[in-house]
Design a protein around this ligand. Structure first.
Ligand SMILES: Nc1ncnc2c1ncn2[C@@H]1O[C@H](COP(=O)(O)OP(=O)(O)OP(=O)(O)O)[C@@H](O)[C@H]1O
Ligand SMILES: O=C(O)c1ccc[n+]([C@@H]2O[C@H](COP(=O)([O-])O)[C@@H](O)[C@H]2O)c1
Length: 208
């Protein structure tokens, strides 16, 4: 029976989760969402893809891509199912998910891609570049997030699944504000990320 299951699996396509984000900084809300979706959708792996230039966040200064990339590596290092890709930070210009998914499809032609997003990002998806093509490249999985309504209204039928994940009312904005005010972020982000933020003096108020 076990051998049969393995042979079925051997012929199956790999199932790859893609968790895109600015990750400024990465926090436990991101990690729980990725872990829950990996389990619920039987994913073989999840690739975290830090954005290069998040064009819909252009109204605020974003930390250097290299810092956001390294924090994401630190946060995911212990999980053998998780890895981090540089494709978006190494591409020039604004980051568009359609480019991310095209590149990942070319790198993993025999895999099915599942793009993982929180309720807030899912609600904006029709404003993303080439949004109609996105649903041909990947299946989208929207996760619940405290303070946001999860809905697939207006999105292609069959192109999106909605998943309830354990609620973590954590945001990168709140983490940045806490650091700026000298408040703790222990247990909101992985310990190594707390130490990295202090080492690089990220989010600290500018010196007069
Ligand atoms: N607590 C959370 N629960 C579920 N999904 C989340 C959570 N925080 C972020 N996400 C999702 O993770 C992805 C990347 O998010 P992002 O890096 O922008 O973090 P953020 O906390 O929303 O940042 P910011 O506060 O700077 O806007 C998005 O799809 C977002 O919806
Ligand atoms: O493709 C787009 O036009 C687009 C616009 C806004 C956000 N995204 C992607 O959505 C993901 C979450 O973005 P953010 O800004 O909430 O960190 C991340 O992978 C972004 O690249 C993509």
């Amino acid at each position: 029976m076990r051998e049969q299951a393995q042979s079925v699996r051997a012929g199956a396509k790999r199932r790859i989760g893609v968790m895109g984000g600015t990750f400024d900084p990465i926090h436990h809300g991101h990690l729980v969402a990725a872990s829950e979706v990996a389990s619920a959708f039987h994913l073989d792996e999840v690739i975290f893809v830090p954005t290069g230039q998040p064009w819909q966040k252009s109204e605020r200064e974003v930390s250097p891509a290299e810092d956001r990339y390294l924090m994401t590596v630190i946060a995911t290092a212990e999980n053998p199912q998780f890895s981090v890709s540089r494709i978006d930070i190494d591409r020039q210009g604004p980051t568009y998910t359609v480019d991310t998914l095209r590149e990942l499809r070319d790198l993993h032609p025999d895999s099915d891609l599942f793009f993982i997003t929180g309720a807030d990002a899912l609600a904006q998806i029709l404003s993303w570049r080439s949004s109609e093509e996105l649903f041909e490249l990947a299946h989208f999985i929207g996760c619940t997030r405290p303070g946001h309504t999860l809905s697939d209204t207006g999105l292609p039928v069959g192109g999106v699944s909605l998943v309830e994940v354990p609620a973590l009312a954590i945001s990168s904005t709140d983490c940045r504000m806490r650091v700026a005010k000298g408040e703790p972020i222990w247990y909101l982000v992985p310990d190594g990320v707390v130490r990295y933020i202090h080492k690089r003096a990220l989010y600290a108020p500018a010196q007069p």
